[in-house]
Write a protein that binds this ligand. Sequence first.
Ligand code: RB5
Length: 148
Amino acid sequence: MILIASDHAGFALKQHLVAFLANLGHEVRDLGVESERSVDYPDFAHRLAAAISAGDADHGILICGTGLGMSMTANRHPGIRAAVCHDAYTAEMARRHNDANVLCMGGRVTGPAIAEQMVAIFLATPFEGGRHRRRVGKIELERDGEGS
Ligand code: RB5
C-alpha cells in the first residue's frame, strides 16, 4: 500500500503518478487533493504523515510546488523521514542511506518522466543498513514523555 497526496500545485503530477502506480500493480490510496483549487499543503502532508506514522502504510509520496513545504511538514511527525528528491540518484540515496519513507517532489520542478523514474527507484531500493542505521537512529529527537 502506497499513500499519495498533494496540494493544488502538485495535483496534475499526483494524478499522473496514481495512474502510473496502478498500472504497475501497486495498491494506491489517494489522500487528496481532488482539484487544482488552492489549498494549504500542510493539511495534506499532516494527513499522509500521520497515517504512515500510525502504521497504515510503509511508504508515501507528497507533491507540492517544490516538495519543500510537504517535507518540512511531514518531518514533524515521529518516524517520518521525508526526502525531497529531484532525480534518480537522490531517490535512490534517500532509500539506501536515509531509509526515507516519504518521497517528496515538486510539481513545478519535476516532469512526469523523471517523477516516474524516481517513484520506481524509491519503491524498489532497500535501506542499506550498517553504518547508515546508526546515523538514521540519531535523526529522531526524544519527545516529552518518551524515553527513560
Ligand atoms: C503553492 O503555491 C506552493 O507554495 C506550495 O505548493 C509549495 O511549493 C510549498 O512548499
